[in-house]
Unconditional design. Structure first.
Length: 321
């Protein structure tokens, strides 16, 4: 799979990082509310229920994720960072993301104060859509029923979207994390409605791959839920710069045991590509897990295995087109 022309132009999306200083033209929106980690099929159903032209389509979400705020030392769990989330929401036609700063002030608001101070006075929403399992307010005291009653008392329309299941599995960010942990990106993709993607900047590494004939684009996965370590067949979108476009590739996620390193990262070899992409943004989509991490007896054995990995990845990608 070689380069293809970049896809259709992305929806221009506005991200507002405050609920106390919202511009007048952003008020009156019909908005879905939640964390939207992964922007999976369940999230898309909530967003679709918020489409109410001519009102602007909004999403109310939180940064950092509340789980990260309450347990800052916990294991990485996010499926995507805020920039990737906004990019995905833009592709769905969302006009404005109200990315509320989740801090002590917001965490301390009870359900009634949250609806009054944030949704009505702060954002000026006309319509709110939440999933049936939505919880909000201090101590997670508010649920979908409470949201409905509090909004109705303030003239805000509410829609509660039912939970969604795929192949008898309830679609959730937790279920998607579990699939990725097991090395099942196709299962994750069925719940996401798209391939799980890791987005980020290409960083300078040790350049070992270049010396082996397999130059790789190195990206950090810090803060993200780590998929099962090992080698994957992947699709790669270069998001900016002169080489912008789509490519096939093989990628390794892990700690590189061959070289005694222990900080997980993502290294991607792009097929049929040569060019400088340091500092460019990549979006790497996981297609299929090929094998686990291995420590080889020598460089020759490593190079031979990399050749096998790339051949298998090419076959898988050709069958996936």
């Amino acid at each position: 799979m070689g380069a293809t022309a970049p896809g259709a132009r992305r929806k221009a999306i506005r991200v507002l990082g405050s609920w106390t200083d919202v511009p007048p033209d952003a008020r009156g929106a019909s908005a879905a509310i939640g964390n939207f980690d992964g922007v999976h099929l369940g999230h898309r159903a909530v967003i679709d229920a918020a489409r109410r032209p001519p009102a602007e389509l909004g999403v109310v979400t939180f940064e950092p994720h509340p789980r990260g705020f309450f347990a800052p030392g916990g294991a990485p769990f996010r499926l995507m960072n805020s920039e990737a989330r906004a990019s995905r929401l833009g592709k769905l036609g969302v006009d404005t993301v109200f990315e509320l700063p989740f801090d002590g002030r917001l965490a301390g608001l009870g359900p009634e104060d949250f609806v009054e101070d944030v949704l009505r006075r702060g954002l000026g929403l006309s319509h709110v859509v939440a999933g049936a399992d939505f919880r909000f307010g201090k101590g997670r005291a508010g649920n979908a029923s409470v949201l409905t009653d509090l909004c109705a008392a303030r003239g805000i329309d509410v829609t509660i979207a039912p939970l969604l299941a795929v192949d008898e599995t309830e679609v959730s960010s937790t279920a998607i994390r579990e699939a990725l942990t097991l090395g099942r990106p196709r299962d994750a993709a069925r719940m996401l409605g798209h391939r799980h993607r890791i987005e980020g900047e290409v960083l300078h590494g040790e350049k070992r791959g270049r010396g082996l004939g397999y130059p790789t684009a190195n990206m950090s996965i810090a803060g993200l839920h780590p998929p099962r370590f090992g080698v994957y067949a992947v699709t790669v979108d270069i998001l900016d710069g002169p080489h912008a476009g789509s490519y096939g590739g093989a990628a390794s996620i892990g700690v590189r045991p061959m070289f005694g390193e222990n900080a997980p990262n993502l290294e991607t070899f792009l097929f049929d590509f040569s060019g400088d992409i340091y500092g460019r943004r990549l979006s790497v989509g996981l297609v299929e897990w090929l094998r686990g991490e291995e420590k080889f007896d020598g460089v020759d054995a490593l190079v031979a295995r990399m050749a096998d990995d790339c051949a298998r990845a090419r076959e898988i990608l050709a069958a996936s087109e």
